[in-house]
Design a protein. Sequence first.
Length: 363
Amino acid sequence: MTGSGWDSTGFRDRVEHALEDFLAEQEVRLAPLGPDAGQLLSEARAAVRGGKRLRAAFCYWGFRALRPAPEPVDPQDPEEAALVRACAALELLHASALVHDDYMDASDTRRGRPATHRAFAAEHRADGWRGDPEQYGAAAAILLGDLLLSWSDELLRRCGLPLEQVAPALTVLDLCRSEVIAGQFLDVSVQARGRADVETAMTVLRYKSAKYSIERPLHIGAALAGAGEEQLAALSAYGLPLGEGFQLRDDLLGVFGDPEATGKPAGDDLVEGKRTVLVALALDAAPDAEAALLDALLGTALTPAQVTRLRAVIEESGAAGQVEDVIGQLGERAVAALHRGGFDPHASVVLEELAAAATQRVV
């Protein structure tokens, strides 16, 4: 339980069950395709397993901000169960983005296990199949990511709420998917050019992550509750700055996070060459020689000593502290907007707790 009395662990468990039930249904549908389809389903389960379920939570409380929950909440109530299934659709979208992102970034791990493309490549190699294992892994990851993306639409559409209630939420999901894919392409292009100023890095951050992590899940939940334009705008005033703070925290963790907590190697963003806001600020503020070192080594196979050195460059430039300050300011702006929004009081308390969870996390 949280201070608001919300059973966040119980909610995560219900989202987990909704995903398990949906994937079990897909397994039956795909069974005629044989064991290869079974392997695809197995990797889909791995891709959606774990995580904080923040996107599902923001979707749920976007709904409850406008349509308060009965007391006590009955998980077996048809509307409540359907709402949880709708929220779970956001986790399929997230899993899709992670599978594709890991391939595009050539990441080796995700949440402490091999990234999807690496897992499929290892299977190819172990079985002694023909062709290039890496190409097989890439193809499999692209297809699985596409399948998860398709399923996010299917689960929302078939969540159990009336179609006329779901239709506005599907429109938001359409926009959300377009934004995150276009934002991902912006990121790919930035990495290819090997440069990004702070403004460009913020644009990538906003569309690749911030919107689809918090603002659009809130909008999907609110659309399910029949929200109008003013209510959606009020949720944006809370959700967009919070989403930016959420991703800035992720950028700090990508450089300074503990591998035991993040499930990623130390300094993984540095090895992958990510041109984040944090890196852009460091390049602007560091002495010329230090900035040149960071720019030259970013995106190379760094030794542990080089990771430590680049971390020091970023920290000594003041960029890490600056990003930390901005995260705090964005969180305060989000909470102030929340209190002006006129939402259900209990939902507002939970959304304030979620703001802290999103910006103060260590994983």
